[in-house]
Design a protein around this ligand. Structure first.
Ligand code: WT7
Length: 632
């Protein structure tokens, strides 16, 4: 049997060959890739799909457990290799190296803890934890016994956490007494306490001691360190069907409710590992660091699953780029001789604002590959990254993908295919992106702008929205029947390189975080003095986009700091990341005759436009536009 290495492109010709093969016979191609993993039973059919239902099934009737592929395989071949290299928030605390053997042991132990809480295959487990190794242990322990993990980013508020727990009816909650974020300590447990007042599906909560603060333990709550004392470290992996659910991960959408994207075992395994190896060109002694949080898809696919499936050493960093100062990232690169560094454009832009000496005082010569993810990268940031971090010798992979796609869809392959500033460049092997024109027809020529769509299924496409297949169909499969619609605009250059131009729906990417404007408006409207609100994004130097809220108030009482009250309300309902930079009180909002807010005009006002609003004659209240401009 061939190894996965045989299918990793090592030069441009191999990329072209593999790409052509993956298009001319996708089923045969993915079947060969899948054969390089360890399965209990081979699949009987590679792919079954229907864009109209929509339904996607990969490696049908194949049986496996993803943790045997992440852990057991490597425990056999290379037990002492470091799987996780943990760098704590406090630089004076020592880093931890956790070998594949040790990670396997900890995962088995915690899997048994979950079993002791009556968690069985298919049960949902919510994980609300800081970026510490136990978070990875928790994720894999769920997968070991076939429980479905739903990781909620630990920056979300109690209300947001409760909404996610309730939506997927999680039975167990895994959390910590608190988390360290730079010089701050965040009291996670009291957020959890508040959330749980409103969730009756949770039967047990397990709390990791991270801070050591005095906290109150309620009924059905226990300490992680106590629980692991009582169980064995032997745990046979549950046999999963390829299409069984592996995890749910919430992402925001154009309406208030978050979407619980569902990923399944077989296809996600194959695609996350295959893309990791191809895009990053990881070799066995490399030290790979992705700075994302496991609360986002980037962390799922490219801190946990992709790297561990590939037997890599994956760095987990608990802290923030600014603590103790803005040289922290570069200190870590030098300290651990990082070879691969994968971060977000917003972090690059923020770091570029600080003295270059903070970068130059560190030895970055170990770096071989740089990456970016989450939002378009502007040329200036790309060049700064290339010159100062990569010393003009590291390829930069600009990886375009989404929570829904499970893995990287457009990117150069490091050192194999050409990179180009501001372009995500070429499709991943197996991916068929197209641009659509305004009539919903494919644009065949290069050098044009349109709406991005994907033509053929790939193994890690999200299978549904948890509990709402209709919404899944409406959001992703109705705009262009027979295609997947991601919600982004794009253009191509004369060589067919793709550049993402930004969202074409009511989602705004702020500092790399995907935020729907609708849930933020819902939060603002909770205030009893708010009549109506509209939130839009506008370009921001560091964050990429920032938010501006236009609000109509019932009473204009100058003694009340409405901007502060609204921001507090948003922090409480969603989380601090969703706070608008600007809150503007307005006498009215521009509306169409059917009563729809014309966001296009608000977006222009927010970007500083004062007069060129195009045709506003279709508005019910055209005079309001000038009033809003004058009041800003
Ligand atoms: C949206 C998905 C991909 C994991 C992190 C975000 C934007 C993502 C890029 C990129 C331009 C990008 C898109 C996409 N986006 N990567 N390299 N260039 N835009 O996942 O939270 O699901 O957000 O992020 O708009 O649709 P997500």
């Amino acid at each position: 049997m061939k190894k996965i290495e045989n299918y990793i492109a090592k030069n441009i010709n191999e990329y072209n060959d593999l790409y052509n093969k993956s298009l001319s016979n996708p089923e045969n191609f993915w079947s060969e890739i899948a054969s390089t993993f360890s399965w209990r039973n081979k699949w009987t059919k590679t792919l079954e799909y229907d864009f109209n239902k929509p339904e996607f099934k990969w490696f049908l009737n194949g049986k496996l457990n993803i943790t045997e592929n992440c852990l057991d395989r490597h425990v056999q071949s290379n037990p002492n290799k470091t799987a996780i290299l943990f760098e704590p928030n406090d630089p004076n605390q020592s880093a931890q190296k956790i070998s594949y053997k040790e990670l396997h042991r900890r995962v088995c132990v915690f899997a048994n803890v979950l079993k002791s809480k009556s968690i069985k295959k298919g049960d949902r487990v919510c994980i609300y934890m800081p970026m510490v190794p136990e978070l990875t242990v928790a994720v894999l322990a769920c997968a070991r016994i076939g429980a479905v993990h739903s990781v909620v980013f630990a920056g979300f508020s109690a209300t947001a956490l409760a909404a996610r727990i309730k939506d997927s009816k999680c039975k167990v909650l895994l959390t910590a007494d608190g988390s360290f974020r730079g010089s701050k300590v965040i009291d996670l447990k009291s957020i959890v306490d508040e959330a749980l007042l409103d969730c009756n599906s949770i039967t047990s909560t397990i709390v990791l001691k991270r801070i050591g603060s005095m906290i109150k333990m309620n009924i059905n709550e226990s300490w992680w360190h106590e629980e692991i004392k009582n169980v064995s470290d032997y745990c046979i992996a549950e046999e999963m069907d390829s299409e069984d659910m592996l995890f749910i991960l919430y992402t925001s959408g154009s309406t208030g409710k978050p979407k619980g994207m569902v990923h399944s075992c077989g296809g996600y395994m194959v695609y996350s590992s295959y893309t990791f190896l191809n895009v990053f060109q990881y070799s066995p002694n490399d030290i790979y660091w992705c700075t994302a949080d496991i609360g986002w898809i980037t962390g799922h696919s490219y801190i946990v699953y992709g790297p561990l499936l590939s037997g890599a050493t994956s760095v987990m960093f608990e802290g923030v780029p600014s603590y103790p100062d803005f040289s922290r990232f570069w200190n870590i690169v030098e300290k651990h001789k990082i070879t691969h560094f994968y971060t977000a454009p917003t972090a690059i832009r923020a770091l570029a604002k600080h003295p270059i000496s903070l970068v130059e005082s560190n030895d970055l010569s170990s770096l071989k590959v740089l990456g970016t993810v989450g939002e378009p990268i502007n040329e200036e940031a790309w060049n700064w990254y290339d010159k100062n971090v990569g010393k003009s010798k590291c390829p930069i992979v600009d990886t375009w993908w989404q929570t829904e796609t499970g893995g990287i869809m457009l990117s150069s392959l490091a050192g194999v295919t050409k990179d180009k500033p501001t372009y995500a460049t070429k499709p991943m092997i197996g991916i068929q992106p197209v641009l659509m024109d305004k009539d919903g027809k494919e644009i065949i020529e290069y050098g044009k702008e349109g709406i991005l769509a994907i033509k053929y299924p790939w193994p890690s496409i999200a299978r549904t929205i948890y509990g709402n297949h209709e919404r899944y169909k409406n959001v992703y499969f109705t705009a262009y029947p027979g295609y997947y619609f991601p919600g982004d605009g794009a253009l191509t250059d004369s060589e067919g390189n793709f550049r993402i131009t930004g969202r074409v729906d009511d989602v705004v990417i702020v500092s790399g975080h995907n935020l729907g404007t609708a849930p933020i408006e819902d939060a603002i409207n909770l205030h009893k003095n708010v009549v109506e609100s509209a939130v839009v994004g506008y370009p921001h130097e560091i964050k990429g986009n920032a938010l501006r809220a236009f609000v109509i108030l019932l009473n204009n009482d100058s003694n009340v700091d409405m901007a502060k009250e609204i921001k507090d309300l948003i922090s409480k309902t969603i989380g601090p990341i969703a706070k608008p930079d600007i809150i503007q009180v307005v006498p009215g909002l521009p509306k169409t005759r059917s009563g729809k807010i014309m966001r296009r005009i608000l977006r222009k006002i927010a970007s500083g436009e004062k007069e060129n609003f195009g045709d506003i004659s279709t508005l019910l209240n055209p005079e309001i536009v000038d009033k809003i401009v004058k009041s800003s």
